[in-house]
Design a binder for this molecule. Structure first.
Ligand code: MG
Length: 458
C-alpha cells in the first residue's frame, strides 16, 4: 500500500487521518530507522497536539525515546534532525485547509527519507509485523525547548547578513498563523530588516487566511506592503517550508519568476537545476543562459529530492532545485525546502534592485491551463494515448527542434514554448499546461493538445 504520496500522508483529521494510523506510521518508521531516539514536532493545527501524542506513543512503543519539540516549522525540524542525528516525525498538512493534518518523515540527516526507506516503512505497516517493545523496554518522552531558537541561529549563519542589513529593507511578513509565526519575525529582524506583520500569531484555526500562500489568499499582505511602504512582502504556508513574495508596489510575484531569479543568481556553467515537468520557460531560459543543465522529474518534492540525491551521487553539482510554488531547494544549505532561508536569499538580491525589477527579468510569459475529463479507464487510456501521439507527431515533423519528456505525462518543448498533458493524481481528468512568451502561441499550443485529447475521449 502506498501511504506516502508525493507530499507525505495527509487527510481530514479524525476522518481520513486517524491517531491510530499516526501511531502505526511512527512505530513502523522508528523500527525501520532502527532509531533509539526520534523527534516529534507539529505545526499550529488544532489537531496537532493530539497527533503528536499519537506519534509519541508509536515511537516510545517501538522502544525509542521521543524528543517533543512542540510547534516548529518543518525546516526547523530538519535542522534539529541533522544537528542531533535523529530522525523525526512531523505532524503537518503544509498548505492544506485547517481541517487537514498529515505525517511527514525526516531522516537523521535532516532530509526526507529516500524512496527505498519509505517503501520499507510502507511494507512494515502492511505486514503488520508489530513494532512493540517489551514492557520494560519502551521509550520515554522528554520536552525539548529551543529548536526554534537554534534554527534561527543556523539561518543567520547561513546567509549574507551584512549585505541584507546594509540594504535597510522594510519587510512585510504574513506567516499565515502557521509555524513560521514563531521564527520568521525574529529572523528577519535580526537580519537588520524593519518587520511589519499580519497573521503572525500561531493559530490552528487560521482565522486570517487559508494556509496556502497563493495570490487570492494574500490581499492583506499586499495592503500591508502598500500601507507600510515596504520593500517586499513575504508569505509562508502552514509549515513554512515555502516562501512567496509581493513586490514593493504590492503586486504578487509569480512563484516561477522568483524561482527563476534565485536560480539565475545561483547557477553556473556545468551545474544542474532539478525541477518538475511543469517547470516554467522562465526557468528553462535561466538554465540555458547560465550554460547549465535541466533535469525534470515527476511533480512533487519527493521526486525532486530523489533526483538531486542521484545526481549528486554521480558527481553532478545541483546548487538549486524546486518548483514554482515557492518551494525552492538549495542543496548546499540542506536537502530540504526552507521558507525563511529562501526569503533571505531573495533579500540578498534586493540589496541592489527593487523586487519589481528583479521579477521583470523573468516576466512576459503567458500560461494556459485546461482540463480534459474522462469517464472510464478505457477513455483515460485513449486520452493518454492521444497525448503520446501528439508527442510523436511533433518529434517527427520538427526533427531535432522539439524535446519530449515522458517522466510524468507528455511534455513537448518547442523552443518558443511548451505544452504538457498529464493525468491528475486525484481527479478523473488530464491536465494540459502550456506556456509561451506570446499569448496566442500559448493558446495555440494548449488548443493543439486539448483538441486531440478531447477527440480521443469521445
Ligand atoms: Mg509546506
Amino acid at each position: 500500500m502506498e501511504v506516502f504520496g508525493s507530499s507525505g500522508a495527509r487527510g481530514v483529521a479524525n476522518e481520513e487521518l486517524t491517531p491510530e494510523f499516526v501511531t502505526g506510521v511512527a512505530g513502523a518508521a522508528t523500527s525501520v530507522w532502527g532509531a533509539d531516539r526520534v523527534a516529534v514536532a507539529r505545526d499550529t493545527r488544532t489537531t496537532g497536539e493530539m497527533f503528536a501524542g499519537a506519534a509519541t506513543a508509536g515511537v516510545t512503543s517501538a522502544g525509542a525515546d521521543a524528543d517533543r519539540l512542540g510547534v516548529v516549522p518543518t525546516p526547523a525540524v530538519q535542522a534539529y534532525a541533522e544537528r542531533e542525528g535523529v530522525p523525526a516525525v512531523v505532524l503537518t498538512a503544509s498548505h492544506n485547509p485547517p481541517e487537514y493534518n498529515g505525517v511527514k518523515l525526516v531522516g537523521g540527516d535532516g532530509a526526507e527519507p529516500d524512496i527505498e526507506t519509505v517503501e520499507r516503512i510502507e511494507a512494515r505497516l502492511d505486514g503488520g509485523d508489530g513494532d512493540a517493545a517489551a514492557w520494560d523496554a519502551v521509550g520515554h518522552e522528554r520536552t525539548v525547548d529551543g529548536a526554534n531558537d537554534a534554527y534561527v541561529e543556523e539561518l543567520l549563519a547561513g546567509v549574507d547578513r551584512e549585505r541584507i542589513a546594509g540594504a535597510g529593507l522594510t519587510v512585510a511578513l504574513d506567516p499565515g498563523h502557521g509555524a513560521g509565526s514563531l521564527t520568521s519575525p525574529e529572523f528577519l529582524r535580526r537580519l537588520g530588516c524593519a518587520v511589519r506583520t499580519v497573521n503572525a500569531t500561531p493559530d490552528g484555526r487560521f482565522p486570517g487566511r487559508d494556509p496556502e500562500p497563493v495570490a487570492e489568499n494574500l490581499p492583506e499582505l499586499r495592503r500591508l506592503v502598500r500601507a507600510t511602504d515596504a520593500d517586499v512582502g513575504v508569505a509562508h504556508d502552514g509549515d513554512a517550508d515555502r516562501a512567496v513574495f509581493v513586490d514593493e508596489t504590492g503586486a504578487y510575484v509569480e512563484g516561477d519568476a522568483t524561482f527563476a531569479a534565485l536560480a539565475a543568481a545561483e547557477l553556473g556553467p556545468g551545474d544542474t537545476l532539478v525541477s518538475a515537468v511543469n517547470v516554467s520557460q522562465r526557468v528553462v531560459d535561466v538554465v540555458e543562459s547560465a550554460g547549465a543543465d535541466l533535469e525534470l522529474t515527476a511533480i512533487g518534492s519527493t521526486n525532486i529530492m530523489a533526483r538531486i540525491r542521484e545526481l549528486e551521487a554521480a558527481g553532478e553539482t545541483v546548487p538549486v532545485a524546486g518548483e514554482g510554488n515557492g518551494g525552492v531547494v538549495f542543496p548546499r544549505h540542506r536537502l530540504a525546502r526552507d521558507g525563511a532561508y529562501t526569503a533571505a536569499r531573495l533579500l540578498e538580491l534586493l540589496a541592489e534592485r527593487p523586487l519589481s525589477d528583479v521579477a521583470a527579468d523573468h516576466g512576459g510569459y503567458h500560461n494556459v491551463r485546461r482540463n480534459v475529463p474522462y469517464e472510464s479507464e478505457a477513455e483515460r487510456d485513449a486520452v493518454v494515448a492521444a497525448a503520446a501521439e501528439r508527442a510523436r507527431e511533433a518529434e517527427s515533423e520538427r526533427d531535432g527542434e522539439v524535446e519530449v519528456t515522458t517522466t510524468d505525462g507528455y511534455r513537448i518543448d518547442f523552443g518558443d514554448g511548451w505544452v504538457l498533458a498529464r493525468p491528475s493524481g486525484t481527479e478523473p481528468l488530464v491536465r494540459v499546461y502550456a506556456e509561451a512568451r506570446d499569448a496566442d502561441r500559448a493558446e495555440e499550443l494548449a488548443a493543439w493538445m486539448t483538441g486531440a485529447l478531447r477527440a480521443a475521449g469521445d
